[in-house]
Each structure stands twice: as structure tokens, then as C-alpha cells.
Design a protein around this ligand. Structure first.
Ligand SMILES: Cc1cc2nc3c(=O)[nH]c(=O)nc-3n(C[C@H](O)[C@H](O)[C@H](O)COP(=O)(O)O)c2cc1C
Length: 209
């Protein structure tokens, strides 16, 4: 259980968001649900990183898996993409989610580890349908110059070398360190932040929105 005030602002009363514990509980539950629900706004967060020139970068990604106990978020990517290299140098990323239905914005600062050809990628690859796997079969890296739009991704009827796609495949394992929760309610916003220490112990406080 979290310390600090047990109850949030009056605006949240009756909205099942009346304590830090409940906010966290709802957040992880909604994120986990979103992994399997393509229609959920939480299914496609923006992941912001810092590149090799110390400049910010951001892109849409698909949330593939959530492990609540270990505060892990999983995303698939092409190991040749620029963020792959950037994350080796600067292993932090911020996931930004906005769910219009609940009017909640989440900003989750994470420490990111890249998995390549290990048990984590094997499991993620197994879950990926053939269409998704084909995206990893471009001859050149994402972001490199192409002769034509969409060049390089094999069509659905072309026979492909599945193993070659897997060699380009990577999974990002992101562990939440800090969560900024903003309920952007029409009646007035409320905001809280959560921090996890090295032992995984969480602390929370309300913030002025
Ligand atoms: C709806 C949508 C979902 C996407 N999902 C992913 C994803 O899960 N992983 C990924 O690496 N790129 C994904 N992309 C592509 C990225 O936004 C980005 O263009 C690509 O990863 C190259 O970015 P980078 O040069 O920053 O590495 C997605 C794009 C869109 C529009």
C-alpha cells in the first residue's frame, strides 16, 4: 500500500480514482488490456528517446505486453532502426499515452533494454502474425534512403525467409521508473506522480496540474 494521503481531490470522488493505489491499479490494468485491444487508444503510445546527438526523438509504437509486477512494458522493433542504436547509448525512454475515454494522460519514464535473438524475442516473434513479420524483411535499415515508396517489404504472396526477418527483430523491455498521471477532466484536472526506487518501492504525491 502506498503512503501519503489516502484520498484525492473531490473532483475524483466516485470515479474509482480516489487513492494512489487505485490509480496505479487502474493504470496497469488498462495498459494490460490495451495490449490485446487494437481499438484502445492506449495500444499505440508515443515513445520518446534521446538520440546520439543528444536531441529528442519520438515515434508511435505498439504496446505488445505488460508485466505489472516487474513494471515492464514491451515493444517490438527493428534492431537496425535508429532508436535501437540510440537506446544502447542512452537507455531511457518516455512512453506517452492519452486515453480520450477516461481523459487520462500517462507519461512513463522507463529504463530500456534491447533484446535480440534471445528467449524474449523468440516469444514475441512467435506471437507475431506473418504480416507483422514481413516488416522485418526489408534489405535496408528503417530510415535509410529507398528507391520507391514502401520499397523492400515483401508482398503477402511472396515466399519469404522467416529466419532472416527474425535476425532483424528486436524487443524493447522498458521498466517504469517514474509515472506522471494526469486526469484531464472537464470539471478540472488532477495530477499525481509515482516513483519507484531501486528495490521497486513506490512513492506517490499529488501535483498541481
Ligand atoms: C500505428 C503505428 C505503429 C507503429 N508501431 C511500431 C512499433 O511497434 N515498433 C517500431 O519500432 N515502430 C513502430 N512504428 C513505426 C515508428 O513510428 C517509426 O516510424 C519507426 O520505428 C522508425 O523510427 P526510428 O527511426 O525512430 O527508429 C509504428 C508506426 C505507426 C504509425
Amino acid at each position: 500500500m502506498l503512503g501519503g494521503p489516502g484520498h484525492g481531490p473531490a473532483i475524483l470522488a466516485g470515479m474509482d480514482t480516489d487513492s494512489f493505489d487505485t490509480i496505479l491499479e487502474n493504470t496497469w490494468r488498462q495498459l494490460r488490456r490495451a495490449t490485446a485491444d487494437e481499438t484502445s487508444a492506449l495500444h499505440r503510445p508515443v515513445l520518446a528517446t534521446v538520440d546520439r546527438n543528444n536531441e529528442p526523438d519520438a515515434r508511435t509504437v505498439i504496446l505488445r505486453e505488460i508485466r505489472r509486477e516487474s513494471r515492464q512494458l514491451f515493444v517490438n522493433t527493428d534492431r537496425r532502426s535508429s532508436k535501437g542504436d540510440d537506446l544502447v547509448l542512452r537507455p531511457w525512454g518516455v512512453f506517452v499515452f492519452f486515453d480520450p475515454e477516461s481523459a487520462v494522460q500517462l507519461r512513463i519514464l522507463t529504463e530500456i533494454r534491447i533484446h535480440v535473438e534471445d528467449e524474449v524475442t523468440a516469444e514475441a516473434w512467435r506471437k507475431l502474425p506473418a504480416k507483422g513479420r514481413r516488416r522485418y524483411l526489408t534489405a535496408a535499415a528503417p530510415g535509410s534512403p529507398a528507391p520507391a515508396p514502401g520499397a523492400g517489404v515483401p508482398g503477402p504472396d511472396e515466399s519469404v525467409d522467416d529466419a532472416a526477418g527474425y535476425r532483424h527483430f528486436a524487443t524493447l523491455e522498458a521498466v517504469a521508473i517514474h509515472l506522471d498521471w494526469l486526469h484531464y477532466a472537464p470539471e478540472g484536472p488532477a495530477r499525481a506522480e509515482f516513483d519507484w526506487d531501486e528495490e521497486g518501492k513506490v512513492s506517490a504525491r499529488w501535483l498541481h496540474p
